[in-house]
Design a protein around this ligand. Structure first.
Ligand code: NDP
Length: 297
C-alpha cells in the first residue's frame, strides 16, 4: 500500500529556504534598505547554547543578514538582563532578537520572555504572539513548529482530517505545534492529541496516529510497535548518547528509534538533519518578517 519510506531532508530544504531569503535580502539592498539585523543574547557558558547560537549566526552570514551576539556572564542578574532587553527593544538598528534558552536558574524565563518587544520577538515566545498564533492571526510563529509546518508544506504532506499525536507539551514546541495543526489552515485541519508525561495508553494513541510529532527529549522513545504502518514521523528530539566509535565520544539521536521504525512509515525526519536545520531557517524567516513589517520607517 505504501511505497518506500521517504526521508524528509531538512538540511537540503533549509539551504533552499536560505537561498530564497538571500534573494529577498538582495532586493532590499537594491531598494536602498539595509539588511535584516538579528541579535542573540546568551547568558552563561552552556556549551549547547553556544553551538545553537553559532548555527544561527552562521545562517545570518549565509543569507546576508547583519548579526550581533551579546554574551553576558553566568552571574548576570535578572535586572541586568532586563536592562539589556530594554536597550534592544529601543535600538532601531536591530529588527529582531532572541534570548537563548535555557537561562541560568536564578533568572525567571517567563519574566524575560514577556519583556521582549512583541514586534522584535522573532522566537515567537511572547504571550501576545502566542495569542495571535492561537487566533490564526499573522505573527511570529515559534521557530521549531514553524519549521515543521514549512517542512510538511514543501513536501506536500496533507494534514487535513488526519489524526495527529504531538508528544510533549512544552511552550516552545509541543503546545504551539498542536495549536497550529488544529487550525483551519493549509497545513492544519488535523485532529490533534497532545500527549505528555501523565498521558495514559500512550502506545495505543501513538499507534492510531497518521502523523506523530515527537518532542519529549527521551532518546529513541518511539518504537516500531507504537507506529501505524504508513505514518508520517516528525522527530524533534535531540539527545546525546555515548558512542565510543565517535571521535567526540557521543552521537545525537532523536526521540524516535529511527532504525526500528523507518520501514514502517511513509515519511520520517532524520536526527540530525531533519527538524534542527529547519528551526534555524524558520528563525531567519521570522527575522525577515520583523524587518519588513515592523522596522521604523
Ligand atoms: P521539554 O523538556 O520542555 O518538554 C518535554 C515534554 O515531554 C513535556 O511536556 C513532558 O511532559 C513530555 N514528556 C517527557 N517524558 C515523557 C514521556 N516519557 N512520555 C510522554 N511525555 C513525556 O522539551 P522541549 O519541547 O524543549 O524539547 C523536546 C526535545 O526537542 C528535546 O530533545 C530538545 O532538545 C528538542 N528540541 C529540538 C529542537 C530542534 O530544533 N530540533 C528545538 C527545541 C527542542 P510534562 O509536561 O508532563 O512534563
Amino acid at each position: 500500500m505504501y511505497g518506500p519510506v521517504q526521508i524528509l531532508d531538512g538540511k537540503t530544504l533549509s539551504v533552499t529556504i536560505q537561498r530564497e531569503l538571500a534573494d529577498k535580502v538582495d532586493q532590499m539592498l537594491a531598494n536602498g534598505e539595509r539588511p535584516p539585523h538579528l541579535a542573540a543574547i546568551i547568558v552563561g557558558a552552556n556549551p549547547a547554547s553556544k553551538v545553537y547560537v553559532g548555527h544561527k549566526i552562521k545562517a545570518c552570514d549565509r543569507v546576508g543578514y547583519q548579526s550581533s551576539i551579546i554574551e553576558l556572564p553566568e552571574a548576570t542578574t535578572q535586572e541586568q538582563l532586563l536592562t539589556e532587553i530594554k536597550r534592544l527593544n529601543l535600538d532601531d538598528s536591530i529588527d529582531g532578537y532572541i534570548v537563548q534558552l535555557p537561562l541560568p536558574r536564578h533568572i525567571d524565563n517567563d519574566i524575560v520572555i514577556q519583556a521582549v518587544s512583541p514586534l522584535k520577538d522573532v522566537d515567537g515566545f511572547h504571550p501576545v504572539n502566542i495569542g495571535k498564533m492561537t487566533m490564526g492571526l499573522d505573527t511570529f510563529i515559534p521557530a521549531t513548529p514553524y519549521g515543521i509546518i514549512t517542512l510538511l508544506d514543501r513536501y506536500n504532506i496533507s494534514t487535513e482530517g488526519k489524526s495527529v499525536l504531538v508528544l510533549g507539551r512544552s511552550n516552545i514546541v509541543g503546545t504551539p505545534m498542536s495549536i497550529l495543526l488544529s487550525r483551519n489552515a493549509k497545513v492544519g485541519n488535523a485532529t490533534v492529541t497532545l500527549a505528555h508525561s501523565r498521558t495514559q495508553n500512550l502506545d495505543q494513541l501513538c499507534s492510531n496516529a497518521d502523523i506523530i510529532v515527537a518532542a519529549i527529549g527521551r532518546d529513541r522513545f518511539v518504537k516500531e510497535h507504537m507506529v501505524k504502518r504508513g505514518a508520517v514521523i516528525i522527530d524533534v528530539g535531540i539527545n546525546s548518547i555515548p558512542d565510543p566509535t565517535k571521535k567526540r565520544g557521543y552521537r545525537l539521536v532523536g526521540d524516535v528509534d529511527f532504525d526500528n521504525v523507518v520501514d514502517k512509515c511513509s515519511f520520517i525526519t532524520p536526527v540530525p538533519g531533519g527538524v534542527g536545520p529547519l528551526t534555524v531557517a524558520a528563525l531567519m524567516m521570522n527575522t525577515l518578517k520583523a524587518a519588513q513589517l515592523y522596522r521604523p520607517k
